[in-house]
Design a protein around this ligand. Structure first.
Ligand code: NAD
Ligand code: UDP
Length: 320
């Protein structure tokens, strides 16, 4: 197969591209580096089947050659990023999704949208099944990301129903691992970087809010299986093991052996209080479930950050 992956220089896009290349497929990567890094392209460039185009996918794009798949992963994903660049976030979720669906239609390619657990907002149903419509504040600060993704899902289904494009939608829950930037700003990278640098771990609010963290290898396996499945409706891919943010801080402190303290910061507006995927659909349709527990995933991620901090430096990035 020959597939186009937008956001290929990002954390998830680069791992996904590598998975396709590893299995002998060709990958055309597209990225404008707004939150990605050239460093993430290096392992991909080692494969003969990889080509790259620097382009802002919110602007029209007409790739050459045949394509069998289009996977739209371009979008700021860390709250620190999308709060800083809300308009670009809305554009890549709306115009970027429109453009990539147009490419899939023109090339008769299968399309996969990287959606998110954020479509459930601050959920009132717990855990969240795909059938839950969500609880999103459209005019709150997170609305730029949440509503862009909800629009992207609606656009994807419209192209499926109206144009017959063969589409997939993955709702990704908090994923972490190597290739996140030290300054990504999401909680796992922040805590590991802070612990390694002897800085206080910044817990927002009282740290009782929960997330369910999925190691990147598990996430990519689930997305890959979804792409090759026949499932059109949205599918949750995430790890259902749920932790409070305080518990995450404890795990990071134990696994890094750091003597950093824990410091409290104000809770950001509309920060979801709980989040946990119901993965019954993924289990049944894809035969998939995550294998790597949080502590093991954190153990696998620490050496990456240690190496990057030693080689190029960097710091955690916090809100406010
Ligand atoms: P990331 O910020 O590491 O990667 C996003 C990539 O998209 C970056 O390389 C960035 O430069 C690129 N990009 C952004 N706007 C672009 C544009 N207009 N044109 C071209 N490239 C552009 O984030 P990530 O964690 O790898 O997330 C990838 C995708 O997965 C996103 O769509 C995100 O919404 C989704 N997602 C991720 C998570 C997670 O936990 N990692 C959770 C839910 C959804
Ligand atoms: N968080 C935190 N300290 C940080 C970064 C994040 O306590 O330095 C919290 C944040 O308030 C949220 C959770 O960790 O409750 C996950 O935040 P993240 O930015 O990773 O992603 P989100 O799930 O909110 O999109």
């Amino acid at each position: 197969m020959r597939v186009l992956i937008t956001g290929a220089a990002g954390f998830l896009g680069s791992h996904l591209a590598e998975r396709f290349l590893h299995d002998g497929h060709e990958v055309v990567g597209v990225d404008n580096f707004i939150t990605g890094s050239r460093e993430n392209l290096k392992p991909l460039e080692a494969h003969a089947g990889f080509t790259f185009v620097e382009h802002d996918i919110s602007e029209p794009f007409f790739p050459e050659g045949e394509l069998d798949g289009v996977l739209h992963f371009a979008s700021p994903a860390s709250p620190v990023d999308y709060l800083e660049i809300p308009i670009q976030t809305l554009k890549v979720g709306s115009r970027g999704t429109h453009h990539t669906l147009g490419i899939a239609l023109a090339k008769k390619a299968r399309f996969l949208l990287a959606s998110t657990s954020e479509v459930y907002g601050d959920p009132q149903v717990h855990p969240q099944p795909e059938s839950y419509w969500g609880h999103v504040n459209p005019v709150g600060v997170r609305g730029c990301y949440d509503e862009a993704k909800r629009f992207a899902e609606a656009m994807t289904m419209a192209y499926h129903r109206h144009h017959g494009v063969d589409t997939r939608i993955v709702r990704i829950f908090n994923t972490y691992g190597p290739r996140m930037r030290p300054g990504d700003g999401r909680v796992v990278s922040n805590f590991i970087v802070q612990a390694l640098q002897g800085e206080p771990l910044t817990v927002y609010g009282d740290g009782s809010q929960t997330r369910s963290f999925c190691y990147v290898d598990d996430e990519v396996e689930g997305i890959y299986r979804l792409f090759f499945s026949e499932r059109v409706l949205p599918t949750n891919i995430g790890n259902p093991d749920e932790f409070t943010i305080r518990e995450l801080a404890e795990v990071v402190l134990e696994e890094t052996g750091s003597s950093s303290t824990v410091e409290t910061r104000p809770l950001p507006q509309d920060d979801p209080k709980v989040r946990r995927p119901d993965i019954s659909v993924a289990r049944e349709v894809l035969g998939w479930e995550p294998k790597i527990p949080l502590r093991e995933g954190i153990r696998r991620t620490i050496p990456y950050f240690r190496e990057v901090l030693n080689r190029v430096g960097g710091t955690a990035r916090t809100l406010g």
